[in-house]
Ligand binder design. Structure first.
Ligand code: SF4
Ligand SMILES: [Zn+2]
Length: 346
């Protein structure tokens, strides 16, 4: 059985809950870095027909596909989703907008070109918004699409976020089943640059079948290799989402989410090597069994330090962290290569 078929078989047993198509899948506010300073953010996950790749099986860790709409939202639905999202930023004088779709914002089957333009025009005309980020797979980053987007955004900065996950084609194919190559990403990043926009690269720490040490090395190497094409890195810590291939491994004791000590080490090493590149990580679900975790005592404190680093870019925030479990983590790094994928500790 291929990895894609294994993922698809799991997907076929899940039910997508019916939900209103004029309401986004999720909206939240937060903070990010803009021109070296902290800025409020409004993040929305638009409900669209969803990721074409995920519908055919797709990525081993991805549960976002279950957020998509059962019937494709109309133009009016998508515009209503934007209006609802913007109400959440009513109290902000200035904020950055991040748009995800559980797929690709630039895929015209999810968001038709006219709707895409009207969404970006609305954001470009809003003087409170200095920057808009949209996420997409690389195959949708084309010259004509970029021209359209830049045209309606005017002076508003534009960033394209791409889930490269790793610089290794082998890991992206055999652990993640991502369905594109490093060169596809490079093509997209060069297109983004040609049009005066910036690229944010999402990496994935510890996809399945990698030991803790291999996962650490993979992230350090990925930042090294992709730094030339990336204005910002955001390192996602693999968590166990429902209805995914990763969940099926986790239920059998064959997968453990990454240790928080591992991302601390990755951030220290990569920041030292690339002091001028923004490298961030949001430890979603930190401290839970399905999320990245150390021991119960220190997980939340270490996760807070990771969030603080992401905003300050100062590795000094890690200086005073310590816990007995760091010795266990060091042992895991040493021994995990020999367990053939079975998790050593919870
Ligand atoms: S991770 Fe992205 S590309 Fe992969 S299935 Fe999910 S939405 Fe699609
Ligand atoms: Zn601990």
């Amino acid at each position: 059985m291929t990895l894609n078929n294994a993922v698809l078989e799991i997907r076929n047993h899940q039910r997508i809950k019916p939900s209103a198509s004029d309401v986004p899948s999720a909206v939240w506010t937060g903070v990010d870095l803009f021109n070296g300073r902290e800025i409020n953010t409004l993040t929305t996950i638009f409900k669209t027909s969803g990721c074409w790749w995920g519908r055919l099986g797709g990525c081993t860790m991805c549960g976002f596909v279950y957020d998509s709409a059962q019937t494709p939202p109309s133009e009016a639905d998508l515009e209503a989703q934007l209006d609802r999202a913007l109400t959440r930023a009513a109290g902000f004088d200035e904020f950055m907008v991040k748009i995800f779709t559980s797929g690709s914002f630039l895929d015209e089957r999810e968001i038709q070109p006219d709707v895409r333009k009207s969404i970006l025009r609305c954001l470009g005309n809003d003087e409170r918004i200095p920057k808009v980020l949209v996420e997409t797979r690389p195959e949708f980053v084309k010259d004509d699409v970029m021209v359209d987007c830049m045209d309606v955004l005017g002076d508003t900065k534009f960033e394209i976020a791409i889930g490269l996950e790793t610089s290794s084609d082998l890991i992206r194919k055999d652990s993640i089943n991502k369905g594109f190559t490093y060169l596809d990403f490079v093509d997209a990043a060069e297109t983004v640059k040609r049009h005066g926009a910036t690229t944010k690269v999402y990496l994935l720490l510890k996809p399945p079948f990698l030991s803790e040490g291999e996962a650490l090395d993979d992230m350090v190497r990925s930042v090294e290799v992709a730094a030339h094409y990336s204005d910002t890195f955001s390192i996602n810590l693999c968590n166990v989402q429902r209805g995914t291939f990763v969940e099926s491994l986790w239920q059998k004791g064959q997968y453990r989410p990454p240790w928080l000590w591992t991302i601390v080490e990755v951030l220290k090493r990569t920041k030292k090597a690339h002091p001028d590149t923004v490298i961030m990580s949001d430890p979603v679900g930190a401290g839970s069994k399905r999320g990245p975790h150390n021991c119960r005592k220190c997980s939340h404190e270490v996760a807070d330090a990771i969030r603080k680093f992401s905003i300050t870019q100062d590795v000094g925030v890690f200086d005073n962290l310590s816990c007995d479990c760091i010795e266990l983590w060091e042992k895991v790094i040493e021994l995990d290569d020999y367990t053939y994928g079975a998790a050593i500790l919870d």
